[in-house]
Design a protein around this ligand. Structure first.
Ligand SMILES: [Zn+2]
Length: 380
């Protein structure tokens, strides 16, 4: 049995919901998507391994190999989950493929279920031919929430290769770097009391004020130390996203919570920054008990050498010079396994995470050709 057609595969994947969400009521299993990919890759004579996530029922990764194992060869990787959607804001059914104009619409068409049919077609071009170096297709879970799928594959060392392509939508521009992400909650414990006498309590809002002032100075100091001119925002950022505390004007505020978002530059270590930032917060808070809790596991920044072999090869194949982006990807996890990792895919991030997401038809053939050339280059 041959592979189904490109749009048939795309329709199958998009009409199999695999929304991941930090809200458990909205979160769905990705198992059915993994099963479709496993069946197709099995048809293409790959050794398919489905790796369930420990302690997370219904979530799994897939690793499919041809041409052996070992530290050489190429990985083509993508995530199988999508963000949630607002169907009432869509002009078409988000869970089906609609062809309109020169594009294919549906949830996950560009971010990034659409990558898999194109990768599979590229892979199918080598059916029956022997590959001298391993070709590996990787499909992960929960990229849109925790990145735990890729995190797990990295922590267990499941993968090895010379190079990896992450097929996130970049309009087929090779992307060699992005920032890292960290989100923290800072809980401040004070004591409530009658507002008429400040000595009757400890005002958590005033402690928050001290913390914010100190973190602004810390942010300025970091911006002096760290700069990467390829990024539109060339310095690390620290955003005060929300501040909750207190209930009534005539009560001393007894507790407050401040949530911040921090974007690291390549070369900045998340653990070090977290330790520094926590020390700053504690120093600013004085005798107020403080708890600093990550709201998500940090995602590292990513950077691959602009002169790297994969970067140069993709620049040649796409006719576009490599660049950097503001959004995070699973690239740092593949990078950590020793692969030269580049983000490169059809469709645009401008259409991702919003109604009427689409994949432009015009990029399907060029993307397949680029991936076919890559496989030829790295695996034969
Ligand atoms: Zn994505």
């Amino acid at each position: 049995m041959a592979l189904p057609g490109t749009i048939e595969m795309l329709d199958t994947l998009v009409s199999t919901p695999s929304v991941s969400c930090t809200d458990a009521d909205i979160d769905r299993s990705n198992a059915a998507v993994i099963e479709h990919l496993a069946n197709w890759l099995d048809e293409l004579s790959f050794d398919v391994e489905v790796i369930p996530m420990p302690d997370v029922p219904g979530k799994a990764n897939l690793i499919a190999r041809r041409g052996g194992t070992g530290p050489d060869g190429l990985v083509l990787a993508g995530h199988t989950d999508t963000v949630p959607c607002d169907p009432h804001l869509w002009d078409v059914d988000p869970f089906a493929i609609t062809e309109k104009g020169d594009s294919f619409y549906g949830l996950g068409t560009c971010d990034m279920k659409g990558f898999f049919p194109l990768a599979l077609n590229a892979v199918a071009a080598f059916e029956g031919e022997s590959l001298t170096k391993p070709l590996t297709v990787v499909a992960t879970c929960d990229e849109e929430t925790s990145m735990d799928g890729a995190r797990y594959l990295q922590s267990k060392g499941f993968l090895k290769a010379r190079a990896a392509v992450i097929g996130e939508p970049t309009d087929m521009r090779p992307v060699r770097a992005h920032k890292g992400i960290m989100m923290l909650s800072i809980q401040i414990e004070g004591a409530s009391g009658h507002s008429s006498n400040p000595a009757l309590g400890k005002n958590a809002i005033e402690a928050a004020n001290q913390i914010i002032s100190r973190l602004i100075r810390y942010r300025e100091a970091l911006a002096e130390r760290h700069r990467h001119l390829d990024f539109e925002v060339a310095v690390p950022t620290l955003n005060f996203g929300c501040l909750h505390g207190g209930d009534n004007p005539n009560r001393i505020c007894g507790s407050a919570e401040l949530q911040i978002d921090f974007r690291t530059l390549p070369g900045m270590d998340s653990e070090t920054i977290l330790a520094e930032l926590t020390a700053e917060v504690i120093a600013a808070a004085g005798d107020f008990p403080i708890t600093v809790t990550p709201l998500m596991k940090p995602v590292s920044a990513h950077e691959t050498d602009a002169d790297g072999h994969l970067v140069r090869t993709l620049e040649r194949l796409s006719g576009k010079t490599s660049g950097v982006v503001a959004f995070g990807t699973e690239a740092p996890f593949f990078d950590a396994l020793g692969m030269e990792t580049v983000v490169f895919g059809a469709g645009s991030i401008d259409q991702a995470h919003q109604p009427n997401e689409f994949l432009p038809a015009a990029q399907i053939d060029p993307m397949e050709r680029a991936l076919t050339a890559l496989i030829d280059h790295y695996c034969r």
